[in-house]
Design a protein around this ligand. Sequence first.
Ligand code: ADP
Ligand code: MG
Length: 377
Amino acid sequence: MKERIKAEFAQRFGEGGTMYASAGRINLIGEHTDYNGGFVFPGAIDKCIAAQIKENGTETVRVYSIDIDDYAEFGLTEDAAPKAQWARYIFGVCRETIKRGGVVRGFDAVFAGNVPLGAGLSSSAALESCFAFAMNDMYNDNKIDKFELARIGQSTEHNYCGVNCGIMDQFASVFGKKNCLMRLDCRSMEFQYFPFEPKGYKLVLVDSVVKHELVDSPYNKRRESCERVAAKLGIETLRDAEMEDLERIKAEISEEDYMRAEYVIGEKQRVLDVCAALEAGDYDTVGERMYQTHAGMSKLYEVSCEELDYLNDIAKECGVTGSRIMGGGFGGCTINLVKDELYDNFIATAKAKFNEKYGHEPKVYDVIISDGAHKEE
Ligand code: ADP
Ligand code: MG
């Protein structure tokens, strides 16, 4: 891929330039915790967006997307927004950098990636982080701190792409480190690296390729349940609640609100358990917690769907160490921690059984925890 980008750049724009890259991400555990002030536990993966970029001495950006086979040209003022969606991510990063007092001048770029689009691995964050990192390195002496780079990506989604996302994806893409996951505290924004080197295991995503669009905005309803329980407890978010607190007010809240809060409080503890288990190299416990998260998302938080529950059941039957829904739910991928010797059978079984029941095979993505945004040597 990198050779192809360089060749394409040379042909379109001539010699030179520097290559930058940034990664997609997984989240091992910690789902629906961000808006409850809790923890998420992402890592960058070995699927990235890479770009060859060179200052061009003008105030115009000229960029070619290899994967979409499309070219865009735009200025750096607010009224110069390009029409193509993919180019708006890059324009947004430039604008958000400038809005923060950073410097951006015209450049030529060619980019490509191998983060699957829209599969829940956050190809958009990879794209934003790649260019945010590049602008910082090329024009700002790397003076913009890394958290701000993540926020530049997040604001790009909010202000130029109409996606009201949290900070996790961009955070993971910017801060990702080989063989490390990161526990991000969504309340304090503090984070810590934990070793993730599952020797003898593979981490694999099984993508159901279904997305159920539900009418009554289930996401907002979940949020409201959590807020009601927190209010009843007199705390800001469920981050500060323990199971005993929830028991105490059980009679005063609806059964549904109780279930939602039970999941969130449990999930907070599960992330902490996984961190402790990783420090001890205990991948069995990691896997157990993943299954517990899946069960909680399915039965208590009710954000699973038939297809994802089916994939989870198949994983269990195949002896997979850990498996759960990754992402908000109602479709998308499961993330699976599988012993090497069970991998082939699991994948073959999942493909065959899923195909038999739903008429199409799931997609499969192996992932290795890798570095986030960087300049290529
Ligand atoms: P994801 O969950 O993968 O982030 P999004 O819908 O948020 O899905 O972002 C996907 C969008 O990001 C694409 O529609 C495209 O505009 C842009 N994008 C991602 N990867 C690439 C790529 N390799 N080349 C061009 N554009 C890309
Ligand atoms: Mg995205």
